[in-house]
Design a protein around this ligand. Structure first.
Ligand SMILES: Nc1ncnc2c1ncn2[C@@H]1O[C@H](COP(=O)(O)OP(=O)(O)OP(=O)(O)O)[C@@H](O)[C@H]1O
Ligand SMILES: [Mg+2]
Length: 256
C-alpha cells in the first residue's frame, strides 16, 4: 500500500476531530473522500500530507511511518493541494508559479534544470493551459487560478497526489477535463490520487474506492456501488436519496 492510515485520532483542541480513521490507497488508484461539512475530510488529508501529527494511530507512506520521513523527502513523494490556497505573489506569471512548485525558489539560482522547465511545459499542455503561461497569477479568474494550482501540484510529478476539493470554482467542462485527466494519469503513471469532494456523483463515476466520512469517522468504504446505499446516505446527510444507474455507475438524486 502506498498510503495506509490506521486508527488515526487527531484534533485541534481537546476533542478529537478524527476518531479512529483507517484508510488505504494504492498505486494506480483514485480514491475519494466524501462527507458533510465539518466531518473531518480536510483534517484527514492534512494528516496524510504530514501537516498534522497524529495523536494516536499510524500513517504509513510507501510502507514507512510518516513521522520518520523528512519533510524534504515527503515533499518529493507527496503533492498536496489544500482546500484554501494562499494567494500567490502577484508578480508571478503562471509559468513561474507552476515552476515554483518544482524548484521551491526562483531566486539565487543560476539556472533552473531543463527537466523542470520540461515538466512545467508538459503539464500546462496536458491541461490546455499553455496560452496562460505568460499571464500574471493575480489577473486570473477564480477558476483559472484553481486550474493553475492543480497544474502546479501535477507538475511536481508526485507518486501520491492529495487534492482537497480541486474542482471547486471550475465550470462543468473543466471539472470533467480535470477529473478525466486525473483518472487517466492515475492509470498511466501508476499514481495514487486521493481527492476530497462533495459531488457524490462525480466520485461515483471516477473513483475506484469511496470513503464516506461522518463526524470524524469512516462510515462506509468500498467501490461506489457498495457505498452509495440510500440508507447510509440518509443517515449521514439527513435527507432522502434515490439511486439510479447510468451505464452501470450509481448516481444519487437527493429527494429531500
Ligand atoms: N484549524 C482548526 N482549528 C480548530 N478547529 C478546526 C480547524 N480546522 C478544522 N477544525 C474543525 O475540525 C472539524 C473538521 O474540519 P475539516 O476541515 O476537516 O472538515 P471537512 O470535512 O473538510 O469540511 P468541509 O466539507 O466544510 O471542508 C470541524 O468541526 C472544524 O470546525
Ligand atoms: Mg474541507
Amino acid at each position: 500500500m502506498l498510503v495506509k492510515v490506521q486508527d488515526l485520532v487527531y484534533g485541534y483542541g481537546k476533542e478529537p476531530v478524527l476518531r479512529g480513521v483507517s484508510l488505504s490507497a494504492n498505486e494506480g488508484e483514485l480514491v475519494s473522500i466524501v462527507g458533510p461539512n465539518g466531518s473531518g475530510k480536510s483534517t484527514l488529508l492534512k494528516c496524510i500530507a504530514g501537516i498534522c501529527r497524529p495523536w494516536r494511530g499510524k500513517i504509513e507512506i510507501a510502507g514507512r511511518d510518516i513521522t520518520r520521513i523528512s519533510k524534504r523527502e515527503l515533499n518529493r513523494i507527496v503533492s498536496y493541494l489544500p482546500q484554501e490556497t494562499t494567494p500567490p505573489p502577484s508578480l508571478l506569471t503562471v509559468y513561474e508559479y507552476v515552476l515554483l512548485g518544482r524548484v521551491q525558489s526562483l531566486s539565487g539560482r543560476v539556472a533552473v534544470p531543463e527537466e523542470d522547465h520540461r515538466a512545467v511545459l508538459e503539464t500546462l499542455d496536458m491541461l490546455d493551459l499553455t496560452s496562460y503561461a505568460k499571464r500574471y497569477m493575480n489577473e486570473l479568474s477564480g477558476g483559472e487560478k484553481q486550474l493553475i494550482y492543480i497544474a502546479q501540484a501535477l507538475a511536481r510529478k508526485p507518486k501520491i497526489l492529495l487534492l482537497d476539493e480541486p474542482l471547486n470554482h471550475l465550470d462543468i467542462k473543466n471539472q470533467f477535463k480535470v477529473i478525466r485527466l486525473l483518472r487517466e494519469l492515475t492509470r498511466k503513471l501508476d499514481l495514487c490520487v486521493i481527492i476530497v469532494m462533495h459531488d457524490i456523483n462525480q466520485a461515483a463515476r471516477y473513483s475506484d474506492k469511496i470513503y464516506l466520512m461522518n463526524n470524524g469517522e469512516i462510515v462506509a468504504e468500498g467501490p461506489p456501488d457498495e457505498v452509495l446505499e440510500p440508507e447510509i446516505l440518509e443517515k449521514v446527510y439527513g435527507i432522502k436519496f434515490r439511486i439510479v444507474y447510468d451505464e452501470n455507475v450509481p448516481q444519487v438524486i437527493p429527494i429531500g
